[in-house]
Design a protein. Structure first.
Length: 220
């Protein structure tokens, strides 16, 4: 293996924890708008509407305003989210140490993430890891998104790497693991504890487990 490519959300970025940290702060800053609603109740409802990031926040805040008859605008809440979320990003344990060590060992590093380019790049910057990657591909930026095989092939071309020489690590069975395999890469599932039924040949629970897995792959 010569190149290691990663997903971002729930792979390197602990999005669930980051969202809770952001919403806790946003609740206090917009207390005049929704302070009559108990904090835990409001945050729980936003998390439900967010659907782990698969529903963009304009729809989330639209629903929230309608349900609770809030005296604010979607634009105001959305702008706050897009501008301030970056300050609350939380990575999974040892995320930076793992990336630094992979670079030290000579691997090329790539990232492919679905999402809006300004928002995702701000979050990557917030984690302090943008300079560790040889290529970062955000779906909105290139007009294609996972699981489209073209976005994987685009990233591999940027790295000047063949699929046989690369692995992809992600939390989503369809968008990450299976899509990478379909291109000819090795797909590694960073196990999502909320997904019980998926079976994968290559699994890690923690990012640092990638080193032992790479050693196994080199022996095969």
């Amino acid at each position: 293996m010569k190149a290691i490519l990663f997903d971002l959300d729930e792979t390197i970025l602990n999005r669930d924890a980051s969202l809770l940290a952001f919403l806790d702060d946003q609740y206090e800053r917009f207390h005049s708008v929704w302070g009559h609603i108990e904090k835990g109740q409001l945050i729980q409802r936003i998390v439900e509407l967010d659907a782990r990031g698969y529903v963009w926040k304009d729809e989330v805040y639209t629903r929230l305003i309608e349900e609770y008859k809030l005296d604010t605008s979607v634009k105001e809440l959305l702008n706050d989210y897009t501008e301030r979320f970056r300050y609350f990003v939380i990575g999974f344990p040892k995320y930076k140490e793992v990336l630094v060590e992979l670079k030290r060992q000579g691997y090329l590093l790539g990232m492919i993430t679905n999402g809006k380019v300004g928002f995702q790049r701000a979050n990557i910057s917030g984690l302090g890891i943008e300079n560790l990657f040889d290529v970062i591909v955000v779906s909105e930026e290139v007009g294609m998104k996972k699981p489209d095989k073209n976005i994987f092939e685009y990233a591999l071309a940027k790295l000047q790497m063949s699929p046989n020489d690369a692995v992809f690590i992600g939390d989503n069975p369809t968008n990450d693991v299976e899509a990478a395999r379909d291109v000819g890469m090795i797909g590694i599932w960073k196990r999502d504890q909320l997904i019980e039924s998926y079976k994968s040949e290559h699994i890690i629970d923690k990012l640092e487990e990638v080193f032992d897995l790479l050693k196994q792959l080199e022996k095969n």
